[in-house]
Design a protein around this ligand. Structure first.
Ligand SMILES: [Mg+2]
Length: 400
C-alpha cells in the first residue's frame, strides 16, 4: 500500500500556529507586489472562495477582513524537513513531491507499525505532536489513488481505499480530477461523453492515443487500475558512478584492475547506503588522446555487492581492445531499483547464494569504511578472488 500525505494549508497553518492573532481568521500567505498571487489560503479564507494562485487584489475583493501575511520560506523549509524526517522514521521509501507533500511506500512496514491505517494515524499524530500542524493522508494500492484519497477528506483527513474498493473508486472518479486533464482535454472528454475515469474503458487504446496523445495510454492504464509509477526515494538517482583520473597514463593491467576494484567498491558502498540494487554495470575509459569508450552490461539479476559490480566491470574491461594508454577509468551502475522491492531480485539460485554471501561481507566493510574511509579492507580478498579467473586479458568466463 502507498500512503500520500499532504499538509493542510501548509504555509498559512504555519503562520497561524506561530501567531495566535491569526488563528481562526481568514489569512493568506502572499507577496506584497501589485501582481502578487495567493500562495496559500487558510481554511477560513477558503470559505470566501479564495484559492491558491488567485491574484491578491481579487482575494481582497472577496473578503474585506482578509489578513495578508508575507511568506517565510526558510521557516517552511525547516518544518518540511522535520515532517520528512518523521516520515522516514516509518519507512525508508519516502518520495517528497513538494514542500508539503510526499508518498510513502508502506510495503514491509506492517510488522513494525500495524495496519496501513494505524500507520497513517500514527504519522498524523506524530506530526501534530511535533509541529502542531494537521495533515491529510490517503492510503491506496497505487500512487495515483493515494493522492486522490488524501484530497477526499481535507483537512485533517485519513482516507483508506482498499484493494477491493479501488476498482470502483477508479471507475467513478470524475475525469477532471485526473492530473493532466486540463481544459483542452476536457473539451474532447465532453464530446466523447467521458465523465468518469471508468468511461475511458469504453474506448480503444488507439482512439484514446489519437484524441489525447501521450496522455491516452496513461488514461487507459489508470482506468484499468494500472499505475506503474513507484515511490521513488529522494536519494534515487538514475545512476551512480565513480572514476579516477590517473596521474600518468597507464596501460598496465594490474594497476587498472586495482583502480576498477577501488571504483567498484566506492560505487557498491554508495548503492548499498541508499538501499538500492542495480541491474546494469558500466565502465568508462578515457585514453591518452582523450577519446573515450563506455561499455555496459545488463544483468539477469539485480545486485548490490562490490564483488558483483567488480566482476562485471572487469569482464567489460577485458572485452575492450586496448591500443592506447589510459588516463581515466571509471565504474558505474544504472537501472537502479529499491532494495526493498524484490522485483526480479535474486531470481537465480546461484546468483542468490553469491549475493547473499557478499551482502554480509559488504555490510561489515561498509560499517568500517564509514568510520575510517577508503577501500583498503576488502581489496585484498576481492583481488585475490578475481585473480583465479585469470587477469591476463584472455576471454572472460562468466564464472568470475
Ligand atoms: Mg498542502
Amino acid at each position: 500500500m502507498i500512503l500520500h500525505i499532504d499538509m493542510d494549508a501548509f504555509f498559512a497553518a504555519v503562520e497561524q500556529r506561530d501567531n495566535p492573532a491569526l488563528r481562526h481568521r481568514p489569512v493568506i500567505v502572499a507577496g506584497n507586489s501589485k501582481r502578487s498571487v495567493v500562495s496559500t489560503a487558510s481554511y477560513e479564507a477558503r470559505k470566501f472562495g479564495i484559492r491558491s494562485a488567485m491574484p491578491v487584489y481579487a482575494a481582497k475583493q472577496r473578503c474585506a477582513d482578509l489578513i495578508v501575511v508575507p511568506g517565510n520560506m526558510k521557516k517552511y523549509r525547516s518544518d518540511s524537513k522535520k515532517i520528512m524526517a518523521i516520515l522516514s522514521g516509518f519507512s525508508p521509501l519516502v518520495e517528497q513531491v513538494s514542500i508539503d507533500e510526499a508518498f510513502v511506500d508502506l510495503a514491509g512496514c506492517e510488522r513494525l507499525f500495524g495496519s496501513p491505517e494505524d500507520m497513517g494515524r500514527a504519522i498524523k499524530k506524530k506530526i501534530e505532536a511535533g509541529l502542531s500542524l494537521t495533515s491529510s493522508i490517503g492510503i491506496a494500492p497505487i500512487k495515483f489513488l493515494a493522492k486522490i484519497a488524501s484530497d477526499m477528506n481535507k483537512p485533517d483527513g485519513l482516507t483508506l481505499i482498499t484493494p477491493a474498493e479501488a476498482p470502483r473508486v477508479l471507475a467513478e472518479l470524475p475525469i477532471q480530477k485526473v492530473p493532466g486533464v486540463g481544459q483542452a482535454a476536457m473539451k474532447q472528454m465532453n464530446i466523447l461523453k467521458i465523465r468518469s475515469l471508468g468511461d475511458i474503458k469504453k474506448f480503444s487504446l488507439p482512439l484514446l492515443t489519437q484524441k489525447f496523445g501521450k496522455m491516452g495510454p496513461h488514461l487507459f492504464e489508470l482506468s484499468n487500475g494500472i499505475d506503474a509509477s513507484m515511490v521513488e526515494t529522494g536519494h534515487t538517482r538514475k545512476s551512480i558512478s565513480s572514476e579516477t583520473t590517473l596521474s600518468k597514463d597507464v596501460s598496465d593491467f594490474e594497476t587498472l584492475k586495482g583502480i576498477l576494484l577501488d571504483r567498484a567498491q566506492t560505487v557498491g558502498r554508495d548503492l548499498r547506503a541508499k538501499h538500492l540494487v542495480c541491474e546494469t554495470v558500466f565502465i568508462k575509459l578515457k585514453f591518452s588522446d582523450f577519446t573515450q569508450v563506455t561499455r555496459s552490461r545488463t544483468l539477469d539479476t539485480a545486485v548490490s555487492s562490490s564483488a558483483a559490480i567488480f566482476k562485471e566491470a572487469l569482464a567489460l574491461y577485458r572485452k575492450i581492445e586496448l591500443k592506447k594508454k589510459i588516463r581515466l577509468a571509471g565504474v558505474g551502475v544504472t537501472s537502479l531499483k529499491d532494495k526493498d522491492r524484490p522485483i526480479q531480485m535474486f531470481l537465480l539460485g546461484e546468483e542468490k547464494k553469491t549475493e547473499t554471501q557478499w551482502a554480509s561481507v559488504d555490510k561489515a566493510v561498509d560499517s568500517i569504511m564509514e568510520k575510517f574511509g577508503g577501500n583498503i579492507i576488502q581489496k585484498a580478498s576481492l583481488k585475490e578472488l578475481f585473480d583465479e579467473g585469470g587477469c591476463d586479458g584472455k576471454e572472460d568466463s562468466d564464472q568470475g
